[in-house]
Design a protein. Sequence first.
Length: 661
Amino acid sequence: MKKIFSFDFFRIFKNTILIVSLYSITFSCNYLDVVPDNIPTIDHAFKNRNEAQDYLYGLLGGMPDVGNYAQDPSLAASDEVWVPDFAGGQYLQLKRILMGEQGPVSPWVDNWSSRQNGYNLNGGKPLWTTISDCNIFLENIHLPYDLSKSEQDKWRGEALFIKAYLHFWLFRQYGPIPLIKENLSVSTGTEEIMRHREPVDEVTDYIVELLDQAMSLLPHRLEYETVEMGRPTKCIAAALKAQVLALAASPLFNCNPDYVNYIDNRGVQLFPQDQSVANTKWKRAADAAKEAIEIAHEGYYRLYDAHTDFPATGTLSEETFLSIQVRAAATERWNDEIIWGNSRINNHSQLQRYCCPFFIATDYGSTGGFKSWGPTLRVVEQFYTKNGLPIEDDAEWEGRDRWALRTATEDDRQYIRQGRETVELFFDREARFYGSIMFDQGTLFGRGDFTADNTNSPSNLFVTELKYEQLNGYNVFERSTLTGFLCKKLLHHRTTATSSSYTSYIYAFPIIRLADLYLLYAETLNEWKDTPDGEVYEYIDLVRKRTGLKGVVESWNDHAIAAKKNLPASKEGMRDIIRRERLNELAFEGVPYWDIRRWKLAESYFHNRPIQGMNIYGTTAETFYIPTDLYTPKFEKKDYFSPIRTDILVTNTNLLQSPYW
């Protein structure tokens, strides 16, 4: 069959399709394990329900593998962690993006053409090809003779959602993109094949249009959850709609003066510059976020509460419950806060292993953790104090030497081993800090034992010792943290290892949680309104409350330094608070990577700002607790969007390269 190019991707004509083999996305079923033995015609692909279902599974398998450290840039390419080049026998290559090694000749995370060194992105298909497959599906799903109308509508809704999500992913990664509303016919002329990028507002409206159509067809929740988990629902589509509109309203896309001259060969300005309508975009995003929250509540989604969900209620301390809240909200399999998760298990299981420490000395073998996913000092310091404020805003921390040594007492025993010496920085912090970060002399609840903590069985509570050549310090090539910290949040408390085995509790990597929606609603409301009000405070305070923090107004009034007491009263002050809250609540889940970019803050976060950790070669407290520069990334304006591969631009001269590349 003759192949026709549409800027970078192969056109798939209406008379022929290719169904590729795909990866599994759930624990309990194989609905993406479709391996066809031939290349069927369209008539064959839609001749009955089973064939059409196989085609749908192909669409689901063509979506980006969120949470896959080898394909998702929001993990290893974020400054939240600093990882070895090689860990556990794997090359963690996406850190090269953070190191300034992105380029148009052979881009990292090349979702435009699905080519990347050594990795098969998105099931081996460019996202554009899967979008084209969605069009074929939507044009032909009426054909199977044995497909009921209700199932046909549901599957149509799923295809519309997938098409919208793939456009969103490309939009977020590359900026303005072409819109593939329908497939081109065989007789299409060359000029029509060479598509242009479309303006931001048109892209936004089209994605929202697809999601609105999907929402009218999708169920609130899945009818057969054990075999369908991860497939689109009305709530997922509504949440994505809110994210799309918030992205378009954010400073990176909305009246960004850096892109005022980003104009294509038609004379079309691709980034909006009309300040008179800029704020209305925040109102539209706020309305969408509110709608998504209402749909979530109707579907019985709620913030995770360990007090009701944990089987050990009544035997654990309140400190343990508070610290487990956000950790389990992200890792407890399909809990009621997870609106959408990605349960392709292979790389997510591996990611959890990178976070897993050695539990016993014989973990040095092949059965233990990789202890390589090292949070950076910026993130460690980013979490709040126990009073719910940044360290720099908390009056109790004024003049306090965060690097002074201090011995843990009985009052500290749930989070720091009693009698052990560590630094002030690790004392008196919020519960999310203790649920997210493993630090030297800190406790680790779990190892498969979810009934004991320092209240009832102190000898069972594991202590992370991270100095040089200690059990979890720098000691084994490919299995050592480079920062002196480990990521606790992505390690489920049931995951454990013995001298002969490693047992990983598999969970769906969180894509959208209800807490994310609450904070997004607070952000969009604050940006739309002239001054923050009770509704803005309500949704951020709900998220804070579940980890034991008071509301923002009360916290800043009672504990802030004099210059910051009124911070929550202003739009600008609340903007800073909400952003910090999102970074803390959603840390290590990939969200901060995209948030920092859409806020247009990546240059200040990354450019010439050293990535720091502890001195991992220190053997004593005095030599270990020294902030140490590990690498200084260079982030430039061009790095906000990924470049398009150079050979694609040669093929399609109507395409603009991404800004500043």
